[in-house]
Design a protein around this ligand. Structure first.
Ligand code: DSN
Length: 424
């Protein structure tokens, strides 16, 4: 029988390898400003691509449904202990496959179907799993949304308090995917306590900032904290749920057997690596730079007439309202024009958007990836200029060509994954 196991990818599947290398080249040569993406370290990717993927380990350390799990127990315990240390929490479940599953587990642990959740509207910066009608969250729970104030474009805590008083939610969710301001979790706790609600912080976007201490800490104030591990935290694609000890058992049961079967042990291993990296002093410096870079980029865009929602940013992202500078230009069109020039962003609705979620009036920009490449404020100013130049000259292919050449040059000056090849 032919041995199919010991051959490397380049001998087995050139078609797939070719596609992977094409995307490597894209990642190396484009400037990616999608705030929910990052470049995972080689160490993280090595763990994620390891033989740990081969093992079934349903259950938890010391309580598995399969034999041969002694090393899986070590891997998972390592990830759990590091997560607890990094975020200063009582308990961590590192098994959720993705952010939505983490939120699903948290709701499952705290609520019954039909209970009321108070959360941020999707089109004001929330997330699908915070109660969108078509999502499980909107189907199984009674959702009441808060939005941002039309004048300040910020969450008004008085309004949140009033809605809480009026609807008496069992759970208040604080967290966002497109909100450029910080959350003061202590204030949220006061509101939650006033109506005897649980408080859940979804820190998927800001987890790296929280871990590095450049964003207020949810741990002292929240009952449950959910996060993905691949955004600012710069780990593998995946998620986790953290909580106070009193919810530990309910959270664990909600994840397994409630929602998932066998955990992805290779991903859990890679999470452990990422948590270790996040405890290094350089990670703290990185996160501080992410925020400084976002501010520098927002300032330059603003000087060029592009309007950041709320007037700027305090975290890793900014949401640009295109409608004030380019009435006819949608977010979708702007993102496509920028991609032509080698700058990757995503279209995003802005609060009170007159366009749909498919077209949008905004684009969302973030600095985690360019900061991972080592760029600082001066490069952010250059990138902001390139964005303005592209949007201004969007009908002129020469402009896009010129910008693309500058993007390539900047990418070459701040290379990424050189040892994995293509580059050039
Ligand atoms: N992937 C998240 C983001 O881009 O913010 C949403 O699920």
């Amino acid at each position: 029988m032919e041995n199919l196991i010991d051959r490397p990818l380049h001998e087995v599947d050139l078609e797939l390898l070719e596609i992977t290398l094409q995307d490597l080249e894209r990642q190396q040569h484009c400037l990616t400003l999608i705030p929910s993406e990052n470049y995972a370290s080689i160490a993280v990717m090595e763990a994620q691509g390891s033989i740990l993927a081969n093992k079934y380990a349903e259950g938890y350390p010391e309580a598995r449904y399969y034999n041969g799990c002694q090393f899986m127990d070590s891997v998972e315990s390592l990830a759990i202990e590091r997560a607890k240390q990094l975020f200063g929490v009582d308990h961590a479940n590192v098994q959720p496959h993705a952010g939505t599953q983490a939120n699903m587990a948290a709701y499952h642990a705290l609520l019954e179907a039909g209970d009321t959740i108070l959360s941020l509207k999707l089109d004001h910066g929330g997330h699908l799993s915070h109660g969108l009608k078509q999502n499980f969250s909107g189907r199984y729970y009674n959702i009441v949304h808060y939005g941002v104030d039309p004048d300040t474009e910020r969450i008004d805590m008085n309004t949140v308090g009033e809605l809480a008083e009026q609807h008496r939610p069992k759970l208040i969710v604080v967290g966002a995917t497109a909100y450029p301001r910080q959350f003061d979790f202590a204030e949220w706790r006061v509101i939650a306590d006033s109506v005897n609600a649980y408080l859940l912080a979804d820190i998927a976007h800001i987890a790296g900032l929280v871990a590095a201490g450049v964003h207020p800490d949810p741990a002292p104030h929240c009952d449950v904290i959910t996060t993905t591990t691949h955004k600012t935290l710069r780990g593998p694609r995946g998620a986790m749920v953290m909580c106070r000890q009193e919810f530990a058992e309910a959270v664990d049961r909600a994840v397994f057997p409630g929602l998932q079967g066998g955990p992805f042990m290779h991903s859990i291993a890679a999470k452990a690596v990422a948590f270790k990296e996040a405890m290094e002093p350089a990670f703290k410096e990185y996160q501080a730079q992410v925020v400084e870079n976002a501010q520098a980029m927002a300032d330059t865009l603003k000087s060029n007439g592009l309007r950041p929602i709320t007037g700027g940013t305090e975290n890793h992202l900014m949401l640009i309202d295109l409608s004030t500078s380019y009435e006819k230009l949608s977010g979708r069109q702007a993102a496509d024009h920028l991609e032509d020039a080698g700058i990757i962003v995503n279209k995003n609705t802005i609060p009170f958007d007159k366009r749909s979620a498919v077209t949008t009036s905004g684009i969302r920009l973030g600095t985690p990836m360019v900061t991972t490449r080592g760029m600082r404020e001066s490069e952010m100013r250059t990138i902001a200029e390139l964005i303005s130049e592209t949007l201004e000259g969007r009908r002129n292919s020469e402009v896009k060509k010129r910008v693309k050449a500058k993007v390539s040059e900047l990418s070459r000056q701040f290379p990424i994954y050189e040892d994995l090849r293509p580059v050039s």
